[in-house]
Design a protein around this ligand. Sequence first.
Ligand code: ADP
Length: 489
Amino acid sequence: MATAERTYQNFINGKWVDASAAERRPDQNPADTREVLGEFPRSTVEDVRSAIDAAVAALPEWRRTSGPQRSAILHKAANLLEQRASEVGEALTLEEGKTIAEGVGEVMRGVAILRYYAGEPLRPFGENYQATNPTTFLYTEQVPLGVVGVITPWNFPAAIPIWKLAPCLAYGNVAVFKPAELTPLTAHLIVETLAEAGLPDGVLNMVQGPGSVVGNELATNPKVNGVTFTGSAEVGKQLYRVATDRGARVQLELGGKNPLIVADDASVDQAVELAISGAMRSTGQKCTATSRAIVVGRIADQFTDALVDRAKALKVGPGIDKENYMGPLVSEDARNRVLEYIDIGKREGATVRTGGEQLSGSDYDHGYFVAPTIFDNMKPEMRIAQEEIFGPVIGVIRVDSIEDAIKIANKVDYGLSASLATRDIGRAFEFIRQIEAGIVHVNSETAGAEPHVPFGGMKDSSSYSREQGRAAMEFFTQTKTVYLDMPSG
Ligand code: ADP
């Protein structure tokens, strides 16, 4: 395990190197801020530029490696990460706050993603066509985008970097990776593992530091061909403007305001479980978290009472203790933001049925703990029903019909994920047809994603592109169309 004294470095051109600025940022445990996990670089524009130059230099050779060669490296990375799953999962839990089961589970998801993309270079990279001239060999080839800036958030510090880096490398691109400042240790361990798997120097580079400096340089530097970003809508939209303005390709994954519709024929026990798990796991800090329960008709009281009872019974505490269901929020800012939204909800007239406050007492006093919070009587137009809270908060909206429920579900700017609890197959089909969401669940929670299928949202939740599975090829490659004819004469 890292000690408080340990200082960490950037990874540029195959070497661990100090940043050009001496200033460092302490990496704190949000469950107990007295624990510092290491000191990380606050890099400068110079550091990013040397990482970009290393990537540019590594590209020609890396893009010429064969698919099977890249596949072998990614397989090795998966195996190495699997061997380190408990170490990396523990580091993740200590710096991000989620429970140890979720921390290790996330690393294992990273392993599964690496295995998927290890297979990808062995699958087709293009198509062939019939040409007008019967002797022409007419085909397409998916070639790499080039140098890719990878900018990631703190909430899935293992899975998100891996689901961007693995396809990036599998399709023959080179990367400059800029992890979130709140979770630099997980990023360090992942890069260490990928490098150990045998990536040539310069193919993967990591620069730690502030988004406004490191991230902004990736967005603006003309040598960077594409930027893949997951994070807040504000930053994402600004980055999109800056990077597309200079002709770069940009992929955004932003927020969500994900509904669970509970039909009046649903199993209440199941619906409550979906709501609790969807809203409270990872302390609600998932872009796919359930933040609205839209409940139809007569079962609303029964559902809400049971939801409140389940929320009251949840064990909250440091994620490293196995018996806890929910850990702290990731930072002081995150905690304050959630408390502010709870205040807004109260002022708007929603009723706090349980929670609604910061937790205090021995286990809690040095961390950012907020009680699982259930709002009742939330109205669709309230800010707490429209804006992403990113915390352990869910509001119940009561409606008269499934048609109203779907309309309300759609009346937000976001469109990432949505779920319906029902026993009625006809309603399920109608919901699937009408709902404006990139990921649709029936009788399963809004959160969670299989590694081999497309992931992404509609409306303001993304930039129309999809990540993971084969869909990642759309962003990380471009199409070359080849007309190959015999020489004449
Ligand atoms: P979150 O609250 O999920 O961290 P942010 O949008 O603040 O969402 O951050 C997501 C990532 O974007 C982080 O790695 C952050 O450092 C980076 N970032 C922040 N500001 C900028 C910026 N101006 N340009 C590029 N990246 C940025």
